[in-house]
Design a binder for this molecule. Structure first.
Ligand SMILES: C[S@@+](CC[C@H](N)C(=O)[O-])C[C@H]1O[C@@H](n2cnc3c(N)ncnc32)[C@H](O)[C@@H]1O
Ligand code: SF4
Length: 276
């Protein structure tokens, strides 16, 4: 790994002997100058005495813990929303295996370092974690092998992903809390923000989740949507309260320069919403 090679380099070896691809002499000179500048910057930042080196993650030394919470991130989504700032990528079947293997390896790595610590909660977020509904069995199984799971397991999903099969699998995995990204019950706003399900899908998803008897069903609602008057937000809130879900989370639409929202002109109207 590149970072490892650099942190192991002591300045006396030939660069060709430490695993870098063969270089021409001008390129070697540039690399050397790079090392000198890096060393000077390190010394400036941390002083003469202290160690400052990038290390591969497997070398991390974690503090001693007896209990902690665990967050698992699954970045895949069937449809990428233009406003979303989170770490997410389009679902691709050929990435599922490598991503799952990487997660299992990372769980092992933390397990080796921390020992069988108590996990007071597990939160599986995304992306849309239910895109890996099959793989979640192996992932949570590995977590249980390595740690003492002693708290609730919560997962994020969206209405299009909530099917009888998904809910049954989640229950098989002992997931007790589900968070459904409804955003709005109003199809005009769903279309406007690029969500690909309708009001009926939402009703069906909530009925399934509530009917399954999970400990908690949370609904995410977004507000301050483009052109959204207060009465439309109130209508969404009433529907959410009447739905049978027992928790509600609301987010004002926020924008980040690095999302495609900047190019999505309609969403810019949110800055100049004239309604009260
Ligand atoms: C990481 S998403 C996961 C849920 C699921 N992927 C979905 O979208 O339904 C968690 C929540 O973040 C909120 N969210 C995402 N992007 C947002 C934005 N730009 N402004 C406000 N809320 C946002 C949505 O309410 C969403 O349900
Ligand atoms: S809002 Fe949810 S579904 Fe949309 S891209 Fe972000 S994580 Fe994926």
């Amino acid at each position: 790994m590149w970072v490892q090679v650099i942190s192991d380099w002591k300045g006396t070896q030939s660069l060709d002997t430490i695993g870098l691809p063969p270089q021409t002499w001008p390129a070697k000179a540039v690399t050397m100058v790079g090392h000198v500048i890096t060393r000077l910057i390190r010394r400036y930042l941390v002083g003469r005495q202290q160690e400052f080196a990038f290390r591969a993650a497997r070398e991390l030394r974690l503090p001693h813990l007896t209990e902690t919470d665990l967050y698992l991130h699954i970045p895949f989504c069937q449809n990428l929303c233009p406003y979303c700032p989170y770490n997410r990528i389009p679902y691709q079947e050929d990435l599922v295996g490598p991503y799952t293997d990487a997660m299992l390896a990372e769980i092992d790595m933390y397990g080796e370092q921390l020992g069988r610590v108590k996990l007071t909660s597990i939160y599986i977020g995304g992306g849309t974690p239910t895109t890996l509904i099959e793989e979640l069995g192996a992932i949570l199984g590995r977590v249980r092998e390595r740690f003492d799971v002693a708290g609730p397991i919560c997962i994020e999903t969206n209405p299009g992903d909530v099917t009888p099969l998904t809910v049954r699998k989640l229950q098989d995995y002992s997931v007790s809390m589900i968070s459904v990204g409804v955003q709005s019950f109003d199809e005009r706003y769903l279309r406007l923000i690029g969500r690909r399900y309708g009001a009926q899908d939402i009703t069906r998803a909530i009925e399934l989740a509530v009917g399954a008897g999970l400990d908690s069903v949370n609904l995410d609602l977004m507000f301050a949507l483009p052109g959204q008057p207060l009465r439309d937000l109130e209508a969404d809130l009433r529907k959410a309260i009447a739905s049978g879900a027992n928790q509600l989370t609301t987010y004002p639409l926020f924008t980040f320069p690095y999302t495609s929202v900047g190019a999505f002109l309609k969403l810019k109207k949110v800055m100049t919403c004239p309604h009260k």
